[in-house]
Design a protein. Sequence first.
Lengths: 271, 271
Amino acid sequence: MLEPSRPPADLARELNEALRRRALILVLGRCRVAYEGRSASRLGEGDRLVVVKPDGAVLVHRPTGYSPVNWQPDSKVVAFAPSGDSLVLRSVRERPREVLEVVFTRVDAALVAEGMEDPAELVMYLDERELRDYLARHPELIEPGLRVVSVERPVGPGVVDILAVDSRGRTVVVEVKRATAGREAVLQLARYVEALRRLNPGAPVRGVLAAPGITRQALELLNSLGLEFRRVSVERVYEELRRRGGGARGPGLLGFLSGGGASGSSRGGSG
Amino acid sequence: MLEPSRPPADLARELNEALRRRALILVLGRCRVAYEGRSASRLGEGDRLVVVKPDGAVLVHRPTGYSPVNWQPDSKVVAFAPSGDSLVLRSVRERPREVLEVVFTRVDAALVAEGMEDPAELVMYLDERELRDYLARHPELIEPGLRVVSVERPVGPGVVDILAVDSRGRTVVVEVKRATAGREAVLQLARYVEALRRLNPGAPVRGVLAAPGITRQALELLNSLGLEFRRVSVERVYEELRRRGGGARGPGLLGFLSGGGASGSSRGGSG
DNA sequence: ATTTCAATGTCGCCT
DNA sequence: AGGCGACGTTGAAAT
């Protein structure tokens, strides 16, 4: 860790060298921030954490909250510079042109982490794709007698999640949402149904919204448009996938965590 | 900074004490992560930065990218615990029920920042609301002779940004976007126009999409629906607002930064 | 508390 | 590279 009491010029030099070595940099201190680009913002003085990643991503974090107050997704040009008693971090990104500047009036800590390696891949379960594919393989969860015709079929206004035929031979458009459906989802489904009705004039086309939940207004809109809602339990599908996938899908939370480490001991369920 | 070579039990105790004192905690090290809640994910071993904020927000950052690979927005229950040779961070959030666990197999650095204060307010310029209100005050930027009837008027499917009347007495629905408009924006506008035509059958209703740009497909869709695109320069509006607002709106990027600090010296425009 | 909608959204996938 | 749609979206305003 660098000594925070150093002159800004020394700090700037060391941190720029760290940037060249593609290190991750943490700076804790008092600063103000200015951003100009797709939008523009100003932020007065406060205590913050600033992270500069090896790829040029910059994050300015306040003491609270999930999201950074200011940031730069990744930028080719990142540099520290002294400015009187202050240390300035400037990050410029092209396409779109965006400039982020952080002026530290006090640096409490500066930490440099070199040679970080993270080859692991994030395995995500039950995103919309997985839910959609599962429902396509098990259309009886949507409706008894439903036969799937196609998955991810492009029509005029977009792509239909699941296209099927019901027990009475009617075309069924299924729109899948993994979270509570709002009005937007209903209108999306309505567009697809309309497009398919135009495609086959006269043929009956039903529209089904399959989601774990739906907002009240969305349900009203859905009903007024003659469309249908079908509740699907994401938890149930997840459990089912876990059961069927067996070991391939991996164990539960605690199993995963205690399994792969240097130590095999388990910890008690703390509150 | 805590010594990383310490036994996990010691580290856990110190970090939990820091949590109680509402400190911000940084841990750099090798870890694996498991999440279960709205979705579920697993992440194998890698070098990462973990941030725990005083409000219970947890961020797990890889060496690259803007967004954390795993996180917890803010949680009441956050605790460190030893597990064999490992240090475990467990964060539980209710409503929705979500659990995040980080298992450190190696801790390279642990930093505790206490008493961070950040009272400053972020001042953001030219969000959609500001752009819409400016256009409502200066409808000539959309079209000469346009008179504004109402702003943010609710109709059936949503809220019309600007409702106006053109020089020939026709109703004009204006949909404002602060970024490049896509198909979604066109369909949104189309829905509003349709709703207003139903409201006043027979009366002519025009639809205008006002945005700094539009994608090719969106423009084709717009034309096919008989709607219109009007280019508005966000930069020009921003400059105009800066000029009119005067000092209240604040100076430009460099002016703001060199103005408020302990030192008044300016830095050269570095590359 | 719920719902809606914008966002410097970001990110991955596809053309 | 541009467009498109999902996201553990997040966040704020309005109901």
